[in-house]
Design a binder for this molecule. Sequence first.
Ligand code: GLC
Length: 533
Amino acid sequence: MVHTDAWWRDAVIYQVYPRSFADSDGDGMGDLPGITGRLHHLKELGIDAVWLSPFYPSPQHDAGYDVADYRGVDPRFGALGDADKLIAEAHGLGIKVIVDLVPNHTSNEHEWFRAALAAGPGSPERERYIFRSGDQPPNSWKSVFGGSAWERLPDGDWYLHLFDVSQPDLNWDNPEVRAEFLDVLRFWLDRGVDGFRVDVAHGLVKEANLTDWTTASTILGGLDPAGPPPPMWDQEGVHEIYRSWRKVLDEYPGGRILVAEAWVAPASRLARYVRPDEMHQAFNFPYLDAPWKPAELRAVIDETLAANNEVGATTTWVLSNHDVVRHASRLGFPAGTPRMPGIGAEDPQPDSALGLRRARAATLLMLGLPGSAYLYQGEELGLPEHTTMPDEFREDPAWERSGHAERGRDGCRVPLPWEADAPSYGFGPADASWLPQPATWAEYALDRQQGVPGSTWELYRSALELRREHGLGSGSVVWQDGGFAFRNGDVLVLTNFGPDAVALPAGARVLLSSEPLDGDGRVPTDVTVWAAL
Ligand code: GLC
């Protein structure tokens, strides 16, 4: 029987970054029991599902995106029973659970890679990865995190790692690799997960002859739609893999989903990942990267809606995640400033009041759009990036591998503040946190915002409630004349990007607004309003 429960088409999915959500045992590192203990807050917030970044056994060279065992839980985060408990409790609250799947590479501590090292050149064990012999690196590919994408072993062989040296790329031409991941999917589906966020979904298949490519492999910065297609990304062969996965998911009841992390442009190319027999959703990174400018935003919205309509898929929206500077800080730079790979104390600093004001307006705009929206933990608190973290705390491999050219992603991964006056702001029972929390974070703590009219938490909560009530997720965008405004069902969504306050249409009844309106009931600059028509 084929199951087609489409809960995900308009779902709001909240990304939990397990290292930094909540720490139950006071070791300064978040864990699964910590997440379970705070799920009721997410219920109160009104989300439909959580996506958990990796919690599998891992040496943590890339914060868990270097997986040593796909069927377990790292002792830092708990045990398999804690994952079962989290899934059960989330389901009890009506929250779906999506887990992260990392199929492009394993950790160098995975048993397959250990076996490949031990077995030596030419062995079938090395066929599970991309090994080549020779005096020189097999080609000019660069690692996404900086430096060469090839590492040489003492026995003379080279192996490919598009990311850190501790993340060897798997060989997806090998049937053993394909079979293994089908089995991993079943392992977690049998435990009740509702889907998988597929890491680097556009990278699994490499062009057969590994053609040279001298451009830096900046996937996290997006691809150049005008340039030639890179030989390591978005190869035709990836689609057949996802078709085979989709068949497995469709055997399970309840609508289990695949969501692609694919930095692919243009939108029509990305939409190929969400054709009816492939994945269900793909992250809309062009939307995340769009500048705070009305014409550009409108173009991305139209383009992505059209491209997804073409294949019958739902569109997703996202503003923040664990790989990018948080939008409350990104938007505190002049509109159009290119997204930077991390911010340090010596870098230009964002205007935090402007950033938060625009972030709240941006979120209300996003949640007014039809489709599915992804939230990143902490944005519901208006949390900024840690932009002055001392460099000695940085753990992102990009910092070292780029020769300190890129500060990396630690600034968006700082443990959450829950209670203003508790040690580690209530992140855990001890005053411990794996990355330092800024001294100014008390004001962002959840307990300072719950029940406080106008707080960012209350703004998100009200928005999610109204979004559901008015069916915005399953609606449509009908642009209105003059200014940046669209109708979605019976709701008008208006954002004022201009310098002067603007009036709402006569008879419009304000449902929610990202900041107070002015004394004449007009919408000030950098404010989004939802109004009933
Ligand atoms: C994805 C993840 C990122 C990770 C990389 C390598 O882009 O989101 O955090 O570093 O893949 O797995």
